[in-house]
Design a protein around this ligand. Structure first.
Ligand code: AMP
Ligand code: ZN
Length: 464
């Protein structure tokens, strides 16, 4: 398989460190708000990458963090912690916010058929590991203490801008509208490993450390969590393209300084989802979430298809018109596939030929739009229905569009999903978590599910 590698900026043959095994790391969500569908574009494309690696026979271990501390409003170490901001906005504690939006994130992922990574680790679980890593960087002379914070000293590196395409101007973009220079930094590109001073009074969560009570920087979280679960050699690190600098650049600096050798072979970056105003963000324009799309009557898998129709390395512009087009394509696909008869023998040779085209598309830097074309070619081919059904089922292991389930999750699947939601709502009510209970009730209502209280418990029915 060829993958575009930001490290080297070209397509490269993918060869993992250990034959047959892939260690993969994904920057997880900052759980201070709902994920917008731009964030989810990144997670959808990473999901396809993971599933395709498994499809081709790799044993994949995928790790993701949950950023529940340390990610400041500016990626250049200034501003408030986003979690503190979320807690203030909703008059809740940081941990309540973290729990609520972590659950909401995985609910969205489920609707989009995004598989949960093998390991999901909240940053607040790993404070000891962060402190140990910062201490080791201090001991090795890569970090210094100044003005109450611990900084990574980028002048100690042979090369800091490892992705090549970054320069001092990009840092200024990273700093964005923030004008206050941190006077403690020895070099402009130095970054915080451990905070004790910055915006300290407002920080809800803080821990004891050799440098005083404080909290970790955002970058150290991903390095330490990845090394904890994936070991010293990482094969693929993923994230949205905005993560490349400074976040991933800083991750490489500190991980390699800590390990004393090269850390990660391939850097997979998904380009942004934009709307008419530019990059989609949580603070401007309509806040587009999966729930909002559902409220407007879209099946979330239509959004997944919309993402798969274009290449992950091209920016994608969202509009309801293009989503409507994807919905039409999706309906046609489902109808066509639904008409196949289940009888007949699978022609294995034919299936292999069709699968070959599908693999050819994805081997070419995960070209999902060509993979969709390969799906169409299979549907149009002279193969018999049994063979077509067989290949559609195979392709759907990667595409995850529920192609054989009639567009809606199969009845069995749907029933258990609704029952799980009802159970979750009961649990929330028991814990007096009315916000979650109401959210689930609304979600069920949006899916035309009516809840009926009976002496035996809650029953539900679908209003047609
Ligand atoms: P965050 O929750 O802000 O930490 O972001 C979660 C993921 O979404 C990161 O990998 C970001 O790089 C990615 N991301 C942020 N904005 C967009 C966007 N407009 N389109 C695609 N991915 C994005
Ligand atoms: Zn990260």
């Amino acid at each position: 398989m060829e993958l575009y590698n930001t490290l080297g900026q070209k397509k490269m043959d993918f060869v993992p460190f250990t034959e047959g095994k892939v260690n993969m790391y994904t920057c997880g969500p900052t759980v201070y708000h709902y994920a917008h569908i731009g964030n989810l574009r990144t997670y959808i494309m990473e999901d396809v990458l993971e599933k395709y690696l498994r499809y081709t026979g790799y044993d994949v271990k995928r790790v993701m963090n949950i950023t529940d501390v340390g990610h400041l409003t500016s990626d250049a170490d200034t501003g408030d912690d986003k979690m503190v901001e979320g807690a203030k906005r909703e008059h809740k504690t940081v941990m309540e916010i973290a729990k609520f939006y972590t659950d909401a994130f995985f609910d969205d992922c489920k609707k989009l058929n995004i598989k949960t990574p093998d390991v999901v680790e909240p940053a607040t679980n790993c404070i000891d590991e962060f402190i140990a890593m910062v201490q080791a960087l201090m001991d090795k002379g890569y970090a210094y203490f100044a003005g109450g914070n611990v900084y990574f000293d980028t002048s100690k590196l042979d090369e800091y801008y490892v992705f090549g395409n970054m320069n001092a101007d990009d840092l200024d973009i990273g700093v964005r509208e923030d004008v206050t220079e941190d006077e403690n930094k020895r070099n402009k590109t130095d970054f915080v490993l451990w905070f004790t001073k910055s915006k300290f009074e407002d920080q809800a969560l803080k821990w004891d450390s050799p440098w005083g009570v404080g909290y970790p920087g955002w970058h150290i979280e991903c390095s330490a969590i990845s090394i904890k679960h994936n070991g010293e050699h990482l094969d693929i690190h993923c994230g949205g393209v905005d993560n490349a600098f400074p976040h991933h650049t800083n991750e490489i600096a500190q991980s390699e300084a800590f390990l004393g050798h090269k850390w990660c072979g391939y850097w997979f970056h998904v380009l942004h989802l934009n709307d008419a105003r530019g990059k989609m963000s949580k603070s401007k324009g309509e806040f587009l979430t999966v729930s909002l799309l559902e409220e407007k009557g879209y099946n979330p898998l239509v959004y997944r298809l919309f993402c798969l129709q274009s290449h992950y390395r091209k920016p994608l512009t969202f509009s309801y018109d293009s989503l409507d087009n994807a919905a039409k394509v999706y309906d046609k696909l489902i109808k066509r596939i639904g008409a196949f008869k289940a009888e007949g023998e699978v022609d294995k040779a034919k299936a292999e030929e069709l699968d070959g085209k599908f693999r050819e598309a994805l081997d070419n830097d995960l070209n999902t739009s060509l993979a969709i074309t390969a799906l169409y070619d299979a549907l149009k081919s002279d193969a018999n229905d049994a063979t077509k059904r067989y290949v559609v089922e195979k392709f759907d292991e990667v595409l995850s569009l529920d192609l054989l389930k009639g567009g809606e999750k199969g009845t069995e699947n749907l029933d258990s999903e609704i029952e799980a939601l009802i159970e979750k709502r009961q649990e929330a009510r028991k814990n007096k978590d009315w916000a979650t209970a109401d959210r689930i009730r609304d979600e069920l209502a949006a899916r035309n599910i009516k809840l009926i209280d009976t002496p035996e418990g809650i029953r539900w029915e679908k209003i047609l």
